[in-house]
Design a protein around this ligand. Structure first.
Ligand SMILES: CC(C)(COP(=O)(O)OP(=O)(O)OC[C@H]1O[C@@H](n2cnc3c(N)ncnc32)[C@H](O)[C@@H]1OP(=O)(O)O)[C@@H](O)C(=O)NCCC(=O)NCCS
Length: 250
C-alpha cells in the first residue's frame, strides 16, 4: 500500500481487464463483523473514505469510468445521479485523501423491468438464466431474512450494478469491496430501495472482476452467459453475476 498516493504521471492506469496486482497471500487484518452485509471485509486504510455523490464531486466518477471501463456512458448517465434520489442513494465515490480513486453507480429496477431485461438476453444458457430467477424465487419462499411479512407479497426491486471501478494503483486495498458493501447495505436497510437482488454484467475474460464478485458472495459460475454484450471487446460475451439482498430493517 503506498504511504502517499503515487504522482499522477507515474500511475499505470490499466484499462481492461483489471490488473493482477493482487497479492496471493492476504496478510491484512480482518475486522470481524465490519461488513454490514455479513461478509468480512478488510478494513479500509484510514485515509480512504467512501462518500455520497455531490454537485462538487459527481463529475469525478466520469473520469474513473472513462479510464477503466470498456463502455462509454452518455452525459445523462452522470447528470441523472443527482436528479434521482434512488440513483443518488446507489452511487458512491471512494477517495484516497482528497483524490477520487474509485466509484460505483447502480440503477434500481422494478421486478418487471428486470424480468423484461432477462427475457431479452441473447443467451443460449437457459439453465443459467433460470438460475438467476430461481435465486429470487427461493429467497421469497424462504422469507426475507428469515421473516415473512407483508413486504414479501409484492415483487421486490433489483439493484443493477452499472459501473464499479478502482484506479489500478489503489486496488487490493478493499476499496472495491467497501464501495459494493455500502450499496448492498443501503439496499438492505433503506425502505425506499426495497430490493432483493443485486446483479451485474462482467466481461467473461475479466478473471479479476469475476474473482472479486465471488469474494463478495455473488453467484458467478451459475449465472448465464450473455452473448454479444460488449461491442468493443473480444470475446464479446458477459457473465451475469448476482447476489440476493437480505432485508436488515428491524
Ligand atoms: C474489480 C475491482 C473493482 C476490484 O477493486 P479492488 O479495490 O481491488 O477490490 P478489493 O481490494 O476490495 O478486493 C476484494 C477481493 O476481491 C478479490 N480480487 C480483487 N481483484 C482481484 C484480481 N484482480 N484478481 C483476483 N482476485 C481479485 C480478492 O480476493 C480480494 O480479497 P483479498 O484482498 O482479501 O484477497 C477493480 O479490480 C477494478 O476496478 N477493475 C477494473 C474495472 C472492473 O473490472 N470492474 C468490475 C466490472 S463491473
Amino acid at each position: 500500500m503506498p504511504d502517499s498516493p503515487p504522482s499522477p504521471e507515474s500511475r499505470p492506469f490499466l484499462s481492461w481487464p483489471s490488473s493482477t496486482l493482487h497479492p496471493s497471500i492476504d496478510t491484512r487484518p480482518r475486522e470481524a463483523g465490519s461488513s454490514s452485509t455479513a461478509l468480512q471485509i478488510t478494513r479500509l486504510p484510514p485515509n480512504v473514505s467512501i462518500r455520497a455523490p455531490t454537485k462538487a464531486n459527481v463529475h469525478l466518477l466520469k473520469r474513473i469510468n472513462s479510464l477503466l471501463l470498456p463502455v462509454s456512458y452518455p452525459e445523462n448517465f452522470y447528470r441523472e445521479i443527482l436528479q434521482n434520489p434512488e440513483s443518488e442513494a446507489l452511487t458512491r465515490l471512494a477517495f484516497y485523501d482528497e483524490e477520487c480513486v474509485g466509484g460505483i453507480r447502480c440503477r434500481l429496477e422494478t421486478a418487471a423491468e428486470y424480468q423484461a431485461g432477462l427475457e431479452k438476453l441473447d443467451t443460449t444458457d437457459i439453465y443459467g438464466s433460470s438460475k438467476i430467477l430461481e435465486a429470487v424465487a427461493d429467497h421469497k419462499a424462504n422469507g426475507s431474512g428469515g421473516r415473512r411479512n407483508s413486504e414479501d407479497n409484492h415483487p421486490k426491486r433489483k439493484v443493477y450494478i452499472m459501473t464499479l471501478a478502482v484506479l489500478s494503483p489503489y486496488r487490493s486495498l478493499s476499496i472495491g469491496s467497501h464501495l459494493l458493501d455500502h450499496i448492498l447495505s443501503i439496499a438492505a436497510k433503506e425502505p425506499t430501495i426495497d430490493a432483493d437482488l443485486a446483479y451485474a454484467h462482467v466481461w467473461v475474460s475479466n478473471d479479476g472482476a469475476l474473482e472479486f464478485y465471488r469474494k463478495q458472495g455473488f453467484e458467478v459460475d451459475s449465472g448465464p452467459i450473455v452473448r454479444n454484450y460488449y461491442r468493443r471487446l473480444e470475446p464479446r460475451d458477459a457473465r451475469l453475476v448476482f447476489r440476493r439482498i437480505t432485508c436488515t430493517r428491524s
